[in-house]
Ligand binder design. Sequence first.
Ligand code: ASP
Ligand code: CP
Length: 325
Amino acid sequence: MNTNEQTFFRYHRRHLLGTEGLTPEEITILLDRSETHVQQNRQANKKKSVLYGRTIINLFFEDSTRTRTSFELAGKRLGGDVINMSVSTSSVKKGETLIDTAMTLNAMHPDVLVVRHPQSGAVSLLSEKVNCAVINGGDGAHEHPTQALLDALTIRRRLGHLSGLVIAICGDVLHSRVARSNIHLLNTMGARVRLIAPVTLIPSGIEHLGVEVFHDMDEGLKGVDIVMMLRLQRERMQGNFFPSIREYFNFFGLDEAKLANAKDNALIMHPGPMNRGVEMAVDPSELRGSVINQQVTNGINVRMAVLFDLLGSGSENSLAGSAEV
Ligand code: ASP
Ligand code: CP
């Protein structure tokens, strides 16, 4: 890939709210842009100044380790100012609504709001009210677009392409925004997606998204290139979706025996945080093909690319003309 040529193309939308509706070209632009940050993030001095003077606010109404930290690092490594708003110590606790909170922050003229919220659709609603770019850091069970992009970058860096690959997404699909964003992106890029879960954890009618559904791990994992495990989202569950954790692990937890059904060199992925002994064997690092750490690393590369492209809109010349691009 000639990265010099790639810098002339941009993702031109104002926000990044989901992977649904993104074109193959837009996805490729963001992945190619992410590649340009891989080397930068391997150097001792990881800092550039292309986003100097730009302000990014992380507004997380749900817990996060990876997404919030990597957006902060991404913004700082590009020279921007990053504010992490702690919702638990903010005026949200005094009853201020999501929209009023967003309007208040908007009045401080940030350039980007990165928002995570437990309600599906909340981030999109907020994006209609503010003047700045909005990035969805995960909304309810709806979408988590930068997760799907970092997953795609990790796959592409290991296997060279996405088209034609068979990917099994296993576990709590019903409550997973990671699953939805991955289904949209992977289908758009020509991969084939299988979903493997108990009947109770598969949304009814999901076949309409162009996926194959399995309820048996041995069958669903046969010959796959990639095994993507999902955490049980117990914070979103009301009622019982399976008899016990032990039974869930026996049938749907990934261990060597079930993995033997996949291709020999199959990649194992997990968005994190993982629950050992629930959806994963107690020590997943012993499972061959794990790229879970690479997913975390690529989270920074992807989030730098997204921030760069969103903040570049409307100031193409200043950014594209920078010697550091
Ligand atoms: N961290 C991912 C998310 O926020 C996956 C998970 O929490 O299980 O959607
Ligand atoms: N994968 C993911 O979004 O992780 P966090 O919830 O820790 O941000």
